[in-house]
Write a protein that binds this ligand. Structure first.
Ligand SMILES: *[C@@H]1O[C@H](CO)[C@@H](O)[C@H](O)[C@H]1NC(C)=O
Ligand SMILES: *[C@@H]1O[C@H](CO)[C@@H](O)[C@H](O)[C@H]1NC(C)=O
Ligand SMILES: *[C@@H]1O[C@H](CO)[C@@H](O)[C@H](O)[C@H]1NC(C)=O
Length: 385
C-alpha cells in the first residue's frame, strides 16, 4: 500500500513537472503534500483524495488566475498543534486562465477559483474536542482553514473542525458560496468534555477584511456562525446557521473600524442569539457603523433574539464607552425572530454616550420570551417590545 501510494505520488509529480510549468499553462495534480510545490506552478490544480500528514499544512500559494478543483476528499492527521490545516493564497490580477473564466461564467478579472465540487476537508475534530475549544485543554489547529484569495471559493465541505473553522482575509473582492461546515457531531459530549458539548469555539467564519460576500452556505457549530472583527463591505446572505451563537459583529477590540455590513436573508436555527453586536468593555478608539439587517429569520433562540452589548466578554455587564456604535438598522424585508421561553427578545447595553444617531428598526419582529432592556440609548425608532 505504501509503495503504491508513493509510486502514485511520484507519477503525479513527474506529470506536473514535465508539463511546461514556466508559463503556468499546465495541470498540477496533488495526491500528497510532495506534489504541492510543482502543482502550484500550474494555473490549473486538481486535488485528489489523500491524507495530509499530522502537523502539516496543505498550503497552496497559487499563481494569479488559478483554478483549483477537488476530485476527492482530504483528511488531516491528528496532532495537537496550532495549524492551520489548509491555507490558500493568490490574487486575481493578470488572470489568464480561460478555463476558470468559463467555469465561473463571469469576467476573467475575478477568476481565482477554488471549487470543492462538494468534496470534504475532514479536520478530525473528535480527536481534539474536549469541551474547551481555545480556552484550555489540548492545543487545537485554529483556524482550520485560512482563505487568503480573491475571486471565488465555492462548494467546499468542512467536517469536524478542531476549533475555529474559516479565517478569511482576502486581498481583493472574494465571494464564498455554497459551503457546508458540519460540526454538528460536536453538540454531543464526549469522554473528555465533562458532560458539555465536546465541540467549542467552532466559529464558522472569522473575518477581518473588506469586500467579501459569503452566501448560500450552511453552518452547524457551537460558536459564532459569522464573527466580523473589523473591516467593511461585507455581505452575509442566504446562509443557514444551526446550533451556535448566531451572526455576530465583533468582538470589537481597540483601534478598529467596521462599516457597511449587510446581513440579508439568513436563517438561524436553535442558536444562543440570532443577531449580535459585541464590543469589548475595555476597547478604545473603535468605530462600528452601518450594520444593516434585512429579511433574516430565526427560530428557537435560547438566550436573546437581538443582543447589542458593549460589555463583552461579560453579557449585559458594565459597558465600556470606547467603541462608537451608530447606524444599526433593521430595514427592507422583515426580520422575524422567535425566542424560547426564558430568553430575552431584545437587549441593548450601551456605554454612556457611545451609541449614537437614529436607528430604524421598522423591519424587526421578535416574539416569545420576555422583553429585554435597552440601556443608555434612546435612538431606536419604529420599534417597541
Ligand atoms: C484521528 O482521530 C480520530 C478520532 O479520535 C480517529 O477516528 C482517527 O482514526 C484518527 N486518525 C488517524 C489517522 O489516526
Ligand atoms: C466599499 O464599497 C463601496 C461602494 O460599493 C466602494 O465605493 C468602496 O470603495 C468599498 N470600500 C472598500 C474598502 O472596499
Ligand atoms: C447608563 O445606564 C446606567 C444604568 O442604567 C445609568 O446608571 C447611567 O446613568 C446611564 N448613563 C447615561 C448617560 O444615561
Amino acid at each position: 500500500m505504501f509503495q503504491f501510494t508513493s509510486l502514485f505520488a511520484l507519477t503525479a509529480l513527474a506529470a506536473a513537472t514535465s508539463a511546461a510549468p514556466s508559463s503556468g499553462d499546465c495541470t498540477g495534480t496533488i495526491s500528497s503534500l510532495d506534489d504541492v510545490a510543482a502543482a502550484v506552478k500550474c494555473i490549473t490544480v486538481v486535488i485528489n483524495s489523500f491524507t495530509v500528514p499530522a502537523g502539516e499544512t496543505l498550503n497552496l500559494n497559487l499563481l494569479s488566475g488559478s483554478t483549483v478543483t477537488m476530485s476527492g476528499d482530504v483528511t488531516f492527521g491528528n496532532k495537537t498543534w496550532a495549524g492551520p490545516l489548509f491555507q490558500v493564497s493568490g490574487t486575481n490580477i493578470n488572470c489568464k486562465s480561460k478555463l476558470c473564466a468559463s467555469l465561473l461564467n463571469s469576467p476573467s478579472s475575478t477568476c481565482v477559483l477554488v471549487n470543492g465540487n462538494g468534496h470534504t476537508f475532514d479536520g478530525n475534530g473528535p480527536f481534539y474536542w474536549d469541551g474547551q475549544g481555545g480556552n484550555g485543554g489540548v492545543t487545537k489547529p485554529a483556524p482550520m482553514m485560512k482563505i487568503k484569495i480573491s475571486g471565488t471559493f465555492t462548494n467546499v465541505k468542512v467536517l469536524n473542525s478542531p476549533a475555529r473553522t474559516y479565517s478569511v482575509s482576502n486581498p481583493a473582492a472574494l465571494t464564498i458560496s455554497k459551503l457546508t461546515i458540519d460540526n454538528s457531531l460536536g453538540d454531543q459530549p464526549n469522554s473528555k468534555s465533562g458532560g458539555k458539548a465536546a465541540g467549542h469555539n467552532t466559529d464558522g467564519f472569522d473575518c477581518s477584511t473588506t469586500d467579501l460576500v459569503i452566501e448560500d452556505s450552511t453552518i452547524m457549530n457551537q460558536d459564532d456562525c459569522l464573527a466580523i472583527n473589523k473591516g467593511s463591505n461585507i455581505t452575509f446572505q442566504r446562509n443557514t446557521c444551526s446550533g451556535g451563537h448566531g451572526i455576530s459583529v465583533g468582538s470589537i477590540s481597540s483601534d478598529v473600524t467596521v462599516s457597511n455590513i449587510n446581513i440579508i436573508g439568513n436563517t438561524v436555527i436553535n442558536n444562543d442569539q440570532a443577531l449580535r453586536i459585541k464590543t469589548k468593555a475595555d476597547a478604545t478608539d473603535s468605530t462600528v457603523s452601518g450594520i444593516t439587517y434585512t429579511g433574516n429569520t430565526a427560530t428557537g433562540m435560547r438566550e436573546f433574539g437581538v443582543l447589542i452589548d458593549q460589555s463583552y466578554p461579560d453579557t449585559l455587564g458594565t459597558p465600556g464607552t470606547g467603541v462608537k456604535l451608530s447606524g444599526v438598522n433593521f430595514v427592507g424585508a422583515q426580520n422575524t425572530i422567535s425566542v424560547n421561553s426564558g430568553a430575552q427578545r431584545v437587549a441593548v447595553n450601551c456605554g454612556s454616550g457611545s451609541c449614537t444617531g437614529s436607528w430604524d428598526w421598522s423591519a424587526l419582529t421578535v416574539t416569545g420570551g420576555s422583553a429585554g432592556k435597552i440601556v443608555n440609548f434612546s435612538g431606536i425608532k419604529n420599534f417597541s417590545q
